[in-house]
Design a protein around this ligand. Structure first.
Ligand SMILES: [Zn+2]
Length: 272
């Protein structure tokens, strides 16, 4: 039995997951409320932001302020651990099986929980990577050290000017490696993972496969949901399962080979 597992949650606004209701939300990575207020009180006071995610799109006047906001955002969502062990629960369920994870999440939680990185495809980027904003070349850069410095040295909602990151090749400002528009850089790691995923699908084409969809919303379903439905339909030995609060359903063509659970992902996985 094979387990391609996935997680995705969408908003209409971008093509990377904000973790609003998916696997990471279930793990406690919430983007509003207490967690947002604790780290962004000054920004909320100045701009009236309602949640961390929409604040990330605000056109700040200076890059110093932009990176003061984003360094906090990256730090708490990428470099702090998730409050609840949902990812490790999932890993325990799949680790002895031939699994592959396709995700639009960008918060690195699968790697942090110990998933084999050769069995992961992060389609939409990673909070931990920067790229050239133009972009003049297709390479990404690990940002942990720089983000920690920004966090430590910011003052009155601004980082020092010398910490503003620039492209080492052309000098343009760096930007997040997140798929929001056509400037998203697919680096060599991205392409290798894409090939591994294709290869995994080829190897399991006519085998018993469980397409397990976790927390994928309905706004832009083209990466995980629709392909999972299609592949389940094409392979009579495949089963489709989905866990989603409020949006768990499958088309009638595959209904008899589908399991749809309307519930919290963490609580559901604990029951397995
Ligand atoms: Zn550049």
């Amino acid at each position: 039995m094979t387990w391609p597992v996935s997680d995705r949650s969408w908003t209409a606004r971008t093509r990377w997951s904000s973790a609003r209701r998916g696997l990471s939300a279930s793990a406690g990575f919430t983007y509003s409320g207490e967690r947002f207020e604790k780290y962004f009180g000054d920004f909320i006071g100045k701009y009236g932001f309602h949640d961390m995610y929409s604040g990330g799109f605000y056109p700040f006047e200076t890059l110093e302020e932009h990176w003061a906001y984003w360094s906090r955002y990256i730090y708490i969502n990428r470099y702090l651990d998730a409050p609840k062990p949902v990812y490790s629960t999932l890993l325990k369920l799949v680790q002895d099986r031939d699994y592959f994870v396709l995700t639009t999440n960008v918060d690195h939680c699968f790697q942090k929980a110990g998933f084999d990185k050769h069995r992961l495809f992060y389609t939409q980027g990673d909070y931990g990577l920067w790229q050239c904003s133009r972009p003049c070349h297709s390479k990404t850069y690990d940002n942990e050290e720089a983000v920690r410095a920004m966090l430590a040295q910011q003052n009155s909602m601004k980082i020092p000017g010398e910490l503003v990151p620039h492209c080492p090749v052309c000098g343009a400002p760096m930007s997040m490696n997140l798929r929001a528009d056509g400037s998203f850089v697919e680096d060599s790691g991205w392409h290798k993972a894409a090939r591994r995923y294709e290869e995994f699908l080829r190897r399991h084409e006519e085998m018993r496969v469980l397409f397990l969809e976790l927390g994928v919303g309905g706004n832009t379903p083209g990466i995980i949901k629709y392909p999972f439905w299609r592949m389940t339909y094409q392979n009579p030995r495949a089963v489709y399962a989905c866990v989603n609060l409020g949006e768990a359903w499958a088309p009638k063509e595959i209904a008899e080979r589908s399991v749809c659970i309307d519930g919290d992902i963490g609580e559901t996985l604990e029951c397995l």
